[in-house]
Design a protein around this ligand. Structure first.
Ligand code: GLV
Length: 331
Protein backbone atom coordinates (compact mmCIF):
# COMPACT_ATOMS: atom_id res chain seq x y z
CA UNK A 1 0.00 0.00 0.00
CA UNK A 2 1.37 3.39 -0.99
CA UNK A 3 1.01 5.75 1.94
CA UNK A 4 2.91 8.66 0.41
CA UNK A 5 0.55 11.62 0.50
CA UNK A 6 -0.59 12.80 -2.92
CA UNK A 7 0.80 16.17 -4.00
CA UNK A 8 -1.67 19.01 -3.47
CA UNK A 9 -2.82 20.97 -6.49
CA UNK A 10 -5.00 24.06 -6.68
CA UNK A 11 -6.90 24.58 -9.96
CA UNK A 12 -8.30 28.06 -10.49
CA UNK A 13 -11.37 27.00 -12.53
CA UNK A 14 -13.44 23.93 -13.35
CA UNK A 15 -11.76 22.22 -16.28
CA UNK A 16 -12.85 19.50 -18.75
CA UNK A 17 -13.24 16.05 -17.27
CA UNK A 18 -10.79 14.19 -19.53
CA UNK A 19 -7.75 15.81 -17.91
CA UNK A 20 -9.46 16.30 -14.56
CA UNK A 21 -9.98 12.56 -14.16
CA UNK A 22 -6.26 11.89 -14.59
CA UNK A 23 -5.32 14.69 -12.20
CA UNK A 24 -7.77 13.52 -9.54
CA UNK A 25 -6.31 10.01 -9.55
CA UNK A 26 -2.81 11.26 -8.79
CA UNK A 27 -3.28 14.48 -6.82
CA UNK A 28 -5.10 15.93 -3.87
CA UNK A 29 -7.16 18.50 -5.77
CA UNK A 30 -8.94 21.70 -4.81
CA UNK A 31 -10.82 23.66 -7.45
CA UNK A 32 -12.12 27.23 -7.48
CA UNK A 33 -15.77 26.53 -8.29
CA UNK A 34 -17.02 29.89 -9.62
CA UNK A 35 -17.00 30.87 -13.29
CA UNK A 36 -15.53 34.25 -12.31
CA UNK A 37 -11.77 34.15 -11.69
CA UNK A 38 -10.70 33.86 -8.06
CA UNK A 39 -9.59 37.20 -6.59
CA UNK A 40 -5.82 37.41 -6.21
CA UNK A 41 -6.11 37.36 -2.44
CA UNK A 42 -7.92 34.01 -2.70
CA UNK A 43 -5.16 32.59 -4.88
CA UNK A 44 -2.62 33.82 -2.33
CA UNK A 45 -4.50 32.14 0.45
CA UNK A 46 -5.09 28.89 -1.47
CA UNK A 47 -1.48 28.37 -2.57
CA UNK A 48 -0.11 28.31 0.99
CA UNK A 49 -0.02 24.52 1.21
CA UNK A 50 0.06 23.45 -2.43
CA UNK A 51 2.79 21.66 -4.35
CA UNK A 52 1.28 22.54 -7.74
CA UNK A 53 -0.89 25.26 -9.19
CA UNK A 54 -3.00 25.12 -12.36
CA UNK A 55 -3.87 28.69 -13.35
CA UNK A 56 -5.58 30.17 -16.40
CA UNK A 57 -4.05 32.95 -18.51
CA UNK A 58 -6.23 35.49 -16.69
CA UNK A 59 -4.79 34.74 -13.23
CA UNK A 60 -1.86 36.95 -12.20
CA UNK A 61 0.84 34.63 -10.88
CA UNK A 62 3.52 37.01 -9.69
CA UNK A 63 6.12 37.29 -6.97
CA UNK A 64 3.50 37.94 -4.30
CA UNK A 65 1.68 34.70 -5.14
CA UNK A 66 4.91 32.69 -5.25
CA UNK A 67 6.08 34.20 -1.97
CA UNK A 68 2.88 32.94 -0.34
CA UNK A 69 3.52 29.42 -1.63
CA UNK A 70 6.64 27.98 0.00
CA UNK A 71 5.93 24.44 -1.21
CA UNK A 72 4.96 25.35 -4.77
CA UNK A 73 7.11 23.43 -7.27
CA UNK A 74 5.21 23.62 -10.54
CA UNK A 75 2.81 26.04 -12.22
CA UNK A 76 1.03 24.08 -14.96
CA UNK A 77 -0.86 26.71 -16.88
CA UNK A 78 -3.94 25.81 -18.94
CA UNK A 79 -3.09 28.02 -21.94
CA UNK A 80 -0.29 28.43 -24.42
CA UNK A 81 0.27 32.11 -23.54
CA UNK A 82 1.86 32.75 -20.16
CA UNK A 83 2.29 36.51 -19.89
CA UNK A 84 0.36 36.36 -16.61
CA UNK A 85 3.21 34.45 -14.93
CA UNK A 86 6.43 36.05 -13.71
CA UNK A 87 8.71 33.50 -15.35
CA UNK A 88 11.96 34.97 -14.04
CA UNK A 89 10.67 34.90 -10.50
CA UNK A 90 9.51 31.30 -10.91
CA UNK A 91 12.88 30.26 -12.31
CA UNK A 92 14.71 32.05 -9.51
CA UNK A 93 12.67 30.06 -7.03
CA UNK A 94 13.19 26.77 -8.87
CA UNK A 95 9.49 26.57 -9.79
CA UNK A 96 8.76 24.80 -13.07
CA UNK A 97 6.32 26.53 -15.44
CA UNK A 98 4.52 24.61 -18.16
CA UNK A 99 1.94 25.61 -20.78
CA UNK A 100 -0.23 23.87 -23.40
CA UNK A 101 1.30 24.43 -26.84
CA UNK A 102 0.57 22.35 -29.93
CA UNK A 103 -2.78 20.92 -28.87
CA UNK A 104 -4.61 24.20 -29.52
CA UNK A 105 -2.85 25.15 -32.75
CA UNK A 106 -5.44 23.89 -35.22
CA UNK A 107 -8.48 25.17 -33.31
CA UNK A 108 -6.96 28.63 -33.03
CA UNK A 109 -5.94 28.66 -36.69
CA UNK A 110 -9.49 27.60 -37.61
CA UNK A 111 -10.86 30.55 -35.67
CA UNK A 112 -8.42 33.01 -37.25
CA UNK A 113 -9.48 31.78 -40.67
CA UNK A 114 -13.17 31.86 -39.78
CA UNK A 115 -12.76 35.49 -38.67
CA UNK A 116 -10.86 36.31 -41.86
CA UNK A 117 -13.64 34.87 -44.02
CA UNK A 118 -16.41 36.44 -41.95
CA UNK A 119 -14.94 39.94 -42.08
CA UNK A 120 -14.04 39.69 -45.79
CA UNK A 121 -17.59 38.89 -46.77
CA UNK A 122 -19.41 40.84 -44.05
CA UNK A 123 -21.09 37.70 -42.73
CA UNK A 124 -22.01 39.04 -39.28
CA UNK A 125 -23.14 42.42 -40.53
CA UNK A 126 -25.32 40.82 -43.23
CA UNK A 127 -26.82 38.34 -40.81
CA UNK A 128 -27.90 41.26 -38.59
CA UNK A 129 -29.20 43.12 -41.63
CA UNK A 130 -31.56 40.31 -42.53
CA UNK A 131 -32.77 39.87 -38.96
CA UNK A 132 -33.54 43.60 -38.76
CA UNK A 133 -35.90 43.03 -41.70
CA UNK A 134 -33.87 45.23 -44.05
CA UNK A 135 -33.41 42.77 -46.93
CA UNK A 136 -35.88 44.17 -49.42
CA UNK A 137 -34.05 43.73 -52.74
CA UNK A 138 -33.07 40.32 -54.10
CA UNK A 139 -30.54 39.64 -56.84
CA UNK A 140 -29.15 43.15 -57.31
CA UNK A 141 -25.61 42.85 -58.73
CA UNK A 142 -24.31 45.91 -56.85
CA UNK A 143 -25.43 44.93 -53.37
CA UNK A 144 -23.67 43.17 -50.52
CA UNK A 145 -20.25 43.14 -52.12
CA UNK A 146 -17.32 41.97 -50.03
CA UNK A 147 -13.63 41.35 -50.56
CA UNK A 148 -12.21 38.41 -52.50
CA UNK A 149 -10.23 35.92 -50.44
CA UNK A 150 -8.96 33.75 -53.31
CA UNK A 151 -5.78 35.29 -54.68
CA UNK A 152 -5.53 37.96 -51.95
CA UNK A 153 -2.34 38.55 -49.94
CA UNK A 154 -2.26 37.44 -46.34
CA UNK A 155 0.32 38.90 -43.96
CA UNK A 156 1.14 36.67 -41.00
CA UNK A 157 2.78 38.41 -38.06
CA UNK A 158 4.50 35.68 -36.04
CA UNK A 159 5.25 32.45 -37.90
CA UNK A 160 5.08 30.06 -34.97
CA UNK A 161 2.86 27.02 -34.66
CA UNK A 162 -0.45 28.87 -35.04
CA UNK A 163 0.79 31.32 -37.69
CA UNK A 164 2.06 28.37 -39.76
CA UNK A 165 -1.26 26.54 -39.39
CA UNK A 166 -3.07 29.64 -40.71
CA UNK A 167 -0.70 29.71 -43.70
CA UNK A 168 -1.64 26.10 -44.52
CA UNK A 169 -5.29 27.09 -44.59
CA UNK A 170 -4.55 30.19 -46.68
CA UNK A 171 -2.77 28.06 -49.29
CA UNK A 172 -5.94 26.03 -49.72
CA UNK A 173 -7.69 29.30 -50.54
CA UNK A 174 -5.15 30.30 -53.19
CA UNK A 175 -3.75 33.17 -51.11
CA UNK A 176 -0.30 34.65 -51.44
CA UNK A 177 1.38 34.67 -48.04
CA UNK A 178 3.90 37.10 -46.58
CA UNK A 179 5.16 36.63 -43.07
CA UNK A 180 7.06 38.65 -40.52
CA UNK A 181 8.85 36.96 -37.67
CA UNK A 182 11.50 38.19 -35.23
CA UNK A 183 13.82 35.63 -36.82
CA UNK A 184 13.15 34.81 -40.49
CA UNK A 185 12.26 31.12 -40.91
CA UNK A 186 13.83 29.97 -44.22
CA UNK A 187 13.29 26.38 -43.02
CA UNK A 188 9.51 26.90 -43.19
CA UNK A 189 9.33 29.10 -46.28
CA UNK A 190 9.53 26.34 -48.89
CA UNK A 191 7.22 23.99 -47.01
CA UNK A 192 4.58 26.65 -46.41
CA UNK A 193 5.07 28.73 -49.54
CA UNK A 194 5.37 31.90 -47.45
CA UNK A 195 7.73 34.77 -48.18
CA UNK A 196 9.54 36.78 -45.49
CA UNK A 197 8.80 40.51 -45.43
CA UNK A 198 9.84 43.29 -43.16
CA UNK A 199 6.85 44.30 -40.98
CA UNK A 200 6.39 47.64 -42.79
CA UNK A 201 6.37 45.94 -46.19
CA UNK A 202 3.99 43.26 -44.97
CA UNK A 203 1.58 45.89 -43.68
CA UNK A 204 1.73 47.84 -46.93
CA UNK A 205 1.18 44.83 -49.20
CA UNK A 206 -1.31 42.64 -47.35
CA UNK A 207 -5.07 42.48 -47.87
CA UNK A 208 -5.42 40.64 -44.56
CA UNK A 209 -3.04 40.91 -41.62
CA UNK A 210 -3.33 38.16 -39.01
CA UNK A 211 -1.52 38.41 -35.67
CA UNK A 212 0.07 35.33 -34.07
CA UNK A 213 2.72 36.69 -31.77
CA UNK A 214 2.96 36.12 -28.02
CA UNK A 215 2.52 39.14 -25.78
CA UNK A 216 5.94 40.31 -24.60
CA UNK A 217 7.52 43.67 -23.85
CA UNK A 218 8.59 43.89 -27.51
CA UNK A 219 5.16 43.03 -28.90
CA UNK A 220 3.08 45.28 -26.62
CA UNK A 221 1.22 47.71 -28.96
CA UNK A 222 3.26 46.40 -31.87
CA UNK A 223 0.35 47.42 -34.09
CA UNK A 224 -0.33 51.08 -33.34
CA UNK A 225 -1.19 54.20 -35.29
CA UNK A 226 1.95 54.13 -37.44
CA UNK A 227 1.43 50.50 -38.42
CA UNK A 228 -2.30 50.87 -39.06
CA UNK A 229 -1.65 53.85 -41.29
CA UNK A 230 0.74 51.71 -43.34
CA UNK A 231 -2.00 49.18 -44.10
CA UNK A 232 -4.15 49.39 -47.23
CA UNK A 233 -7.48 51.17 -46.81
CA UNK A 234 -9.10 47.99 -48.12
CA UNK A 235 -7.25 45.68 -45.71
CA UNK A 236 -8.50 43.81 -42.65
CA UNK A 237 -6.81 43.09 -39.33
CA UNK A 238 -7.42 39.75 -37.60
CA UNK A 239 -6.29 39.27 -34.02
CA UNK A 240 -6.43 35.92 -32.23
CA UNK A 241 -3.18 36.46 -30.27
CA UNK A 242 -3.43 38.94 -27.39
CA UNK A 243 -5.35 42.20 -27.19
CA UNK A 244 -2.37 44.19 -26.01
CA UNK A 245 -0.43 43.46 -29.18
CA UNK A 246 -2.70 46.11 -30.73
CA UNK A 247 -3.18 49.67 -29.51
CA UNK A 248 -6.98 49.50 -29.33
CA UNK A 249 -7.48 53.26 -29.26
CA UNK A 250 -5.49 53.63 -32.48
CA UNK A 251 -7.39 50.70 -33.98
CA UNK A 252 -10.69 52.34 -33.15
CA UNK A 253 -9.62 55.52 -34.96
CA UNK A 254 -8.33 53.50 -37.90
CA UNK A 255 -11.70 51.78 -38.25
CA UNK A 256 -13.74 54.97 -37.78
CA UNK A 257 -11.65 57.09 -40.09
CA UNK A 258 -11.20 54.42 -42.76
CA UNK A 259 -7.43 53.88 -42.56
CA UNK A 260 -8.32 50.17 -42.84
CA UNK A 261 -11.51 48.38 -43.92
CA UNK A 262 -12.24 46.30 -40.87
CA UNK A 263 -11.07 44.15 -37.98
CA UNK A 264 -12.03 40.76 -36.61
CA UNK A 265 -11.03 40.31 -33.01
CA UNK A 266 -10.95 37.41 -30.57
CA UNK A 267 -8.83 39.25 -27.99
CA UNK A 268 -8.96 42.66 -26.35
CA UNK A 269 -6.91 44.94 -24.15
CA UNK A 270 -9.42 44.31 -21.38
CA UNK A 271 -11.36 41.04 -21.16
CA UNK A 272 -14.29 40.80 -20.95
CA UNK A 273 -14.41 43.85 -23.24
CA UNK A 274 -16.56 46.51 -21.51
CA UNK A 275 -19.84 46.98 -23.40
CA UNK A 276 -19.18 50.70 -23.72
CA UNK A 277 -15.91 50.09 -25.60
CA UNK A 278 -16.26 52.24 -28.76
CA UNK A 279 -15.11 49.31 -30.93
CA UNK A 280 -18.50 47.72 -30.29
CA UNK A 281 -20.26 50.64 -31.94
CA UNK A 282 -18.56 50.00 -35.29
CA UNK A 283 -20.09 47.92 -38.09
CA UNK A 284 -16.75 47.06 -39.62
CA UNK A 285 -15.68 45.04 -36.58
CA UNK A 286 -16.42 41.44 -35.66
CA UNK A 287 -15.86 40.41 -32.07
CA UNK A 288 -15.82 37.03 -30.34
CA UNK A 289 -15.05 36.38 -26.65
CA UNK A 290 -11.50 34.92 -26.72
CA UNK A 291 -12.48 31.51 -28.08
CA UNK A 292 -9.38 30.47 -30.06
CA UNK A 293 -8.98 27.16 -28.25
CA UNK A 294 -12.64 26.76 -27.35
CA UNK A 295 -13.61 23.46 -28.94
CA UNK A 296 -14.58 20.41 -26.88
CA UNK A 297 -11.70 18.36 -28.26
CA UNK A 298 -9.03 21.04 -27.87
CA UNK A 299 -9.97 22.03 -24.35
CA UNK A 300 -9.94 18.35 -23.38
CA UNK A 301 -6.51 17.85 -24.94
CA UNK A 302 -5.28 20.95 -23.11
CA UNK A 303 -6.30 19.53 -19.75
CA UNK A 304 -4.71 16.19 -20.62
CA UNK A 305 -1.48 18.04 -21.37
CA UNK A 306 -1.71 19.83 -18.02
CA UNK A 307 -2.07 16.39 -16.40
CA UNK A 308 0.90 15.04 -18.40
CA UNK A 309 3.04 18.00 -17.31
CA UNK A 310 2.12 17.54 -13.64
CA UNK A 311 2.65 13.79 -13.67
CA UNK A 312 5.99 13.98 -15.48
CA UNK A 313 7.22 16.55 -12.97
CA UNK A 314 6.24 14.54 -9.90
CA UNK A 315 7.80 11.42 -11.46
CA UNK A 316 11.07 13.34 -11.65
CA UNK A 317 10.94 13.72 -15.45
CA UNK A 318 11.14 16.86 -17.56
CA UNK A 319 7.53 17.96 -18.26
CA UNK A 320 6.68 17.79 -21.99
CA UNK A 321 5.97 21.51 -22.29
CA UNK A 322 8.37 23.13 -19.90
CA UNK A 323 8.53 26.88 -20.50
CA UNK A 324 11.48 27.87 -18.28
CA UNK A 325 14.15 25.35 -19.21
CA UNK A 326 16.71 27.36 -17.22
CA UNK A 327 14.98 26.01 -14.11
CA UNK A 328 16.65 22.66 -14.85
CA UNK A 329 19.90 24.25 -13.70
CA UNK A 330 18.42 25.09 -10.31
CA UNK A 331 16.69 21.75 -9.57
C1 GLV B 1 -5.28 31.27 -25.04
O1 GLV B 1 -5.38 32.41 -25.28
C2 GLV B 1 -4.05 30.61 -24.73
O2 GLV B 1 -3.03 31.27 -24.52
O3 GLV B 1 -4.06 29.37 -24.66
Amino acid sequence: MDITPKPKVYITREIPERGMKIIRERFDVEIWPDPMPPPKKTIIQKVKEVDALVPMATDPIDKEVMEAAPKLRIIAQLAVGYENIDIEEATRRGIYVTNTPGVLTEATADLAFALLMAIARGIVEKDKYIRRGEWKVAGHPMLFLGQQIYGATLGIVGLGRIGSAVVRRAKGFGMKVLYYNKEPRPDLEAELGAEYADLNVLLQKSDFVSLHTPLKKETYHMIGERELRLMKKTAFLINTSRGNVVDEKALCRALKEGWIAGAALDVFEREPIPVDNPLLKLDNVIVVPHIGSATYETRSRMTELVAENLIAFFEGKIPPSLVNREVLKTR
